[in-house]
Design a protein around this ligand. Structure first.
Ligand code: FAD
Length: 235
């Protein structure tokens, strides 16, 4: 059963900088003491009567007393400035969990995850949730960033792909730096090159709306039906 939406209060436990523009914040729940959610869901933080910013849970449902959010602060708006200012001890109020970008475990098709930059956050939660709950299924992640310095969680995904041969990890950048051995290009180009058949495939795509459309077009041109492309539009 999906967790009930609640108004919650938590306190910042720790802040980590993952890349020059990406920060992770651990929150210890205060009220309620435990926060239940499904991997892939998000919370909303109010900034006034009609202004909210939304953050996906980067942690997994196995941890209910402490949760982790992760944000790219480069957009520089009200949400970014707030996230960047967070420090241990600060109180954070939010509402959630919300959202349907969750892995359908009853669906026997193999998931292809495609993330654009910070859009990787809900996918990170889904992948670790699968590991923690022993839910094994061949899956693949195509993770696009403008250059390698934006690839938050890259080491984790490499580790997962070494540990679980059924999980394929393909980092992709537009602007490789010296020594880059991965793919180069745009997300939809790599999807086009690497997906040979859409038989038995379901896609979970997260990031900007333009990228979601381009990836959907490529997959539909290969014969995947529109409904088999699930998406989370961050911007
Ligand atoms: C379902 C959902 C989940 C989300 N989860 C996360 C999350 O886990 N982490 C996170 O950092 N953000 C997440 N976002 C985006 C987040 O809610 C804010 O929109 C973002 O942080 C920018 O807020 P801002 O107030 O700093 O900038 P704004 O003033 O709101 O935005 C400035 C401009 O930047 C664009 N923009 C916003 N984010 C990006 C981006 N990353 N790259 C390029 N352009 C962007 C906006 O469309 C706008 O044009 C999520 C959004 C949605 C809808």
């Amino acid at each position: 059963m999906p967790a009930k939406v609640v108004q919650a209060k938590a306190r910042v436990d720790a802040v980590r900088q993952l890349t020059p523009q990406i920060f992770e914040v651990d929150l210890r729940m205060e009220d309620p003491a435990e926060f239940g959610f499904d991997a892939g869901q998000w919370v909303s933080v109010p900034f006034g009567p009609k202004t909210v910013r939304t953050y996906s849970l980067a942690s997994t449902p196995s941890s209910r007393r402490a949760i982790t959010l992760c944000a790219d602060v480069a957009p520089g708006g009200i949400g970014s400035r707030w996230f960047k200012s967070l420090k241990a001890g600060d109180v954070v109020e939010f509402k959630g969990p919300t959202g349907g970008f969750v892995l359908n475990r009853a669906d026997s098709r193999r998931p292809l995850f495609v993330a654009e930059e910070i859009g990787v956050v809900p996918i990170r939660s889904i992948l670790w949730d699968c590991v923690q709950t022993g839910f094994g299924r061949p899956s693949a992640l195509i993770y696009w960033c403008r250059d390698p310095s934006w690839l938050a969680y890259d080491q984790e995904f490499r580790l997962l792909s070494r540990r679980y041969p059924g999980f394929t990890y393909t980092p992709v950048v537009r602007e490789p730096t010296a020594g880059w051995a991965g793919e180069k290009g745009e997300p939809e180009e790599v999807v086009d090159r690497s997906v040979r058949s859409v038989q038995g495939l379901v896609a979970y795509v997260s990031g900007g709306g333009d990228m979601i459309n381009r990836v959907r077009q490529v997959l539909m041109a290969k014969g995947l039906d529109r409904k088999s492309v699930r998406w989370e539009k961050f911007w």
